[in-house]
Design a protein around this ligand. Structure first.
Ligand SMILES: NC(=O)c1ccc[n+]([C@@H]2O[C@H](COP(=O)([O-])OP(=O)(O)OC[C@H]3O[C@@H](n4cnc5c(N)ncnc54)[C@H](O)[C@@H]3O)[C@@H](O)[C@H]2O)c1
Length: 306
C-alpha cells in the first residue's frame, strides 16, 4: 500500500534533478505519473528528451508513467499537459510545479531578457498548469463534491530571503509564494489544497553557483543510503502533501533542507505605532521608529535572510 495508490500526478520539470526525484517518489507511493520536461539547458535554452530517462526509471521500478515534453510556460502546452494526464489515466489528482531555470547575475549585469526568461518559466510556468488544473478540478467538484486535488509549488530560499545575483529568480520564487496563498483561498471550496515547498539538492542549478560543483541525480544515491544534498530528500514531503492524509494543510510554505522539514512563517505584523488619528509628520517618524519599532537608531538592525 502506498500513500498515493490510485492517484494520477503531473510533475513538471521532472526530467532530472529534484523533479525526477519527486516523480520517482510519487510513483513509488502508487501514483501514475505524467513526467513533464522541456529538456532544455539550465538557462532554459533548447529542448531535449530528459523526461525519457525518468519514465524508464519509474517503469524499471514497477511504476506507471509517460512523458510529456511540453513547455509549462506556454499556456496551450500547459493545457495539453493537464489534458494528457486526464486522457491517459482518466483523472488528475496531483500537480507538482517544479520546472525551473536560472540566469544569475548582479542586477547591473543582468540582461532584461534573462530576467524575463526566468520570470516566464517559474511564474507563468506555475500559473498556467494551475489554471488548467483548477478549471478541471472546479468542474469535477461540481459533479462530485467529495473530490479532491493537490497542488505543490516550488519556492526557494532566494524567494523567501533574497540571494545576491538572483533578482529575477528571487522575484519569481516570491511570486510563487503569493500565488500559492491566493490559490489556497480560491480552490479551498473545490477540495484542492495548495502548498509550496522549498527543496534542496545538488543539481545542475546549484552547480551554476560558485564552489558548488557536483551534480547528483536521484538514482546516484541508493534507497538505503544518505547524502545530505540528495535531490530526493524533499520528495517524501511532496508525496505526503499530495496525499489524502494532508487534507488539512493548505496555504503553507514548508522547506525541506537535508534531513529537516521546516515550516516557514510568512509576513506577519511584527510591531506597529500609531500617529493618533492624524497624518504622520515625516520629521517625527525617525524618533518613533527608533523608540517604538526598531529600538535602535542604526546599530544592530540587521537584514536576516530566511
Ligand atoms: N537545487 C536546489 O537546491 C533548489 C533549491 C530551491 C529550489 N529549487 C527549485 O527546484 C526546482 C527543480 O530544480 P533542480 O535544482 O532540480 O534543477 P534542474 O535543472 O535539475 O531541473 C529543472 C528541470 O526543469 C525543466 N524545465 C525548465 N524549464 C522548463 C519548461 N519551460 N517546461 C518544462 N520543463 C522545464 C528542465 O529541463 C529541468 O529538467 C526548480 O524550480 C528550482 O528553482 C532548487
Amino acid at each position: 500500500m502506498g500513500l498515493l495508490d490510485g492517484k494520477v500526478a503531473v510533475v513538471t520539470g521532472a526530467g532530472r534533478g529534484i523533479g525526477r526525484a519527486h516523480a520517482l517518489e510519487l510513483a513509488r507511493q502508487g501514483a501514475r505519473v505524467l513526467v513533464n520536461d522541456l529538456g532544455g539547458s539550465v538557462r532554459g535554452e533548447g529542448a531535449g528528451n530528459a523526461a525519457d530517462t525518468t519514465v524508464k526509471l519509474i517503469e524499471e521500478r514497477g511504476g506507471t508513467a509517460r512523458v510529456h515534453y511540453g513547455d509549462v510556460a506556454d499556456h496551450d502546452q500547459a493545457g495539453d499537459m493537464v489534458a494528457c494526464a486526464v486522457d491517459t489515466y482518466g483523472s488528475l489528482d496531483i500537480l507538482v510545479n517544479n520546472a525551473g531555470i536560472v540566469r544569475d547575475a548582479a542586477i547591473w549585469n543582468m540582461p532584461r531578457e534573462d530576467f524575463d526568461a526566468v520570470l516566464r518559466v517559474h511564474v507563468a510556468g506555475t500559473w498556467s498548469p494551475c489554471h488548467h488544473a483548477a478549471a478541471y478540478w472546479r468542474r469535477r467538484a461540481k459533479e462530485n463534491p467529495a473530490s479532491t486535488g493537490r497542488i505543490v509549488n516550488t519556492t526557494s530560499g532566494a524567494g523567501l530571503g533574497g540571494n545576491f545575483g538572483q533578482t529575477g529568480y528571487a522575484a519569481a520564487k516570491a511570486a510563487i509564494v503569493g500565488m500559492t496563498l491566493t490559490l489556497a483561498l480560491e480552490l479551498r471550496r473545490s477540495g484542492v489544497t495548495v502548498n509550496a515547498v522549498g527543496p534542496s539538492g545538488l543539481t545542475r542549478i546549484t552547480a551554476t553557483m560558485p564552489g558548488a560543483g557536483e551534480v547528483i541525480e536521484p538514482e546516484d544515491v541508493a534507497d538505503d543510503a544518505w547524502h545530505p544534498m540528495d535531490p530526493s530528500n524533499s520528495s517524501p514531503l511532496v508525496a505526503w502533501l499530495a496525499s489524502d492524509e494532508a487534507h488539512y494543510v493548505t496555504g503553507q510554505v514548508i522547506r525541506s533542507i537535508e534531513d529537516r522539514i521546516i515550516w516557514m512563517q510568512g509576513w506577519r505584523e511584527r510591531k506597529s505605532t500609531a500617529a493618533g488619528g492624524r497624518r504622520w509628520d515625516a520629521a517625527e517618524i525617525g524618533d518613533r521608529m527608533a523608540t517604538d519599532i526598531f529600538e535602535t537608531r542604526g546599530a544592530g538592525l540587521r537584514f536576516d535572510p530566511a
